[in-house]
Design a protein around this ligand. Structure first.
Ligand code: GLU
Ligand code: ZN
Length: 317
């Protein structure tokens, strides 16, 4: 059901420069965790009188589920979370990412890599480095040439090479998170030279998100804490590409009763938004998770009223 009246209709023209966004990957419909990110970023934008954009992050096409983008749009509308302007689809913006790759190439910080996961694991083992399970391998720079040079990117088209970003020595990124405070990541020891374009030709999330946030003028990135460890990489890319740095707010993860990250079963099940009552319940659950209090907890509130109360409560947390 789509609400006839919503407090987000006809947003006033932007005056204060706040631009937020929600950027789901359409690997499935919205679940409890992604609704928290949607609601948190929407509330922050509305509270600040800013815009809220919707970007479907479908660069990793093999992981996308058919129709999931439309499900997400429908679920957001059912929850009264209206976006400003046109929806943006990353799969339609390949030229932007290619142009950014070309720019980085002229800065002599790209190199081709043909390593498989297995080659990387063997190289790390030979160095005596063990990567704990569930942790990313820190790329040991096997393919990195010295000195670095400008490459002919078009000559490699059709070849199975990945393009990695060569990090400077001691690449330490410091940033502030609005909720979590001062953050620091040493990219060389925690990530290593990372991939911007994969050997199958697809651009990676790290590059696409940075280019799009800059292209769309995003000033505030409000998203789940599971993405915190990507932020330093994104800031480093912004600096190389001459983009300005948005403000970051990473929202608390949805955990189960044992305090553990929700399993696939509980975490990834779709939220229920077939009717307004169900959608309200989902919003109530997400708002509670965001630490909002004093909101109507019954079923006799309209979604528009609920979102208005939540917007007033946001920021007073
Ligand atoms: N597309 C990413 C995801 O759904 C989120 C990107 C972001 O908010 O930076 O996990
Ligand atoms: Zn390699």
């Amino acid at each position: 059901m789509i609400l006839a009246v919503s407090i987000t209709q006809n947003p006033s023209p932007l005056s204060n420069g706040y631009c937020g966004r929600f950027a789901p990957s359409p690997t499935g419909p919205l679940h409890a965790g992604s609704l928290v990110a949607a609601l948190g970023s929407w509330l922050d934008a509305r509270k600040n009188g800013g815009q809220w954009l919707l970007r479907i992050e479908d660069v990793d096409s093999p992981r996308c589920a058919r129709g999931a983008d439309q499900d997400i749009l429908r679920q957001l509308l059912a929850c009264g979370l209206r976006w400003d302007g046109e929806v943006s689809w990353q799969s339609r913006h390949q030229e932007r990412y290619q142009a950014a790759l070309e720019t980085l190439n002229t800065l002599q910080c790209l190199y081709p890599c043909t390593c498989s996961r297995q080659t990387i694991a063997s190289a790390l083992a030979a160095q005596g480095t063990q990567t704990p399970r569930n942790q990313e391998q820190v790329y040991p720079a096997t393919c990195r040439p010295t000195p670095l040079q400008i490459n002919d990117l078009s000559a490699s088209l059709g070849q199975q090479v990945a393009w990695r970003l060569a990090l400077p020595h001691d690449c330490v990124v410091n940033f502030d998170d609005i909720r979590l405070g001062a953050q620091q990541q040493k990219l060389n020891t925690s990530v290593g030279d990372f991939v911007l374009r994969r050997s199958d030709g697809l651009f990676t999330y790290q590059l696409a998100v940075v280019v799009d946030d800059a292209e769309q003028g995003v000033s505030h990135v409000v998203r789940g804490e599971d993405l915190l460890s990507n932020t330093a990489r994104q800031i480093h890319l912004q600096e190389l590409l001459g983009y300005s740095r948005p403000q970051y707010l990473h929202l608390p993860l949805v955990l189960d009763e044992k305090g553990e990250k929700l399993s696939k079963q509980t975490w990834a099940t779709s939220i229920q938004t077939a009717d307004a009552k169900q959608a309200l319940k989902e919003l109530q659950r997400a708002a509670k998770h965001l630490g909002l209090s004093g909101l109507p907890d019954g079923q006799d509130t309209s979604i528009a009223e609920y979102l208005l109360a939540a917007t007033q409560s946001w920021g007073n947390r």
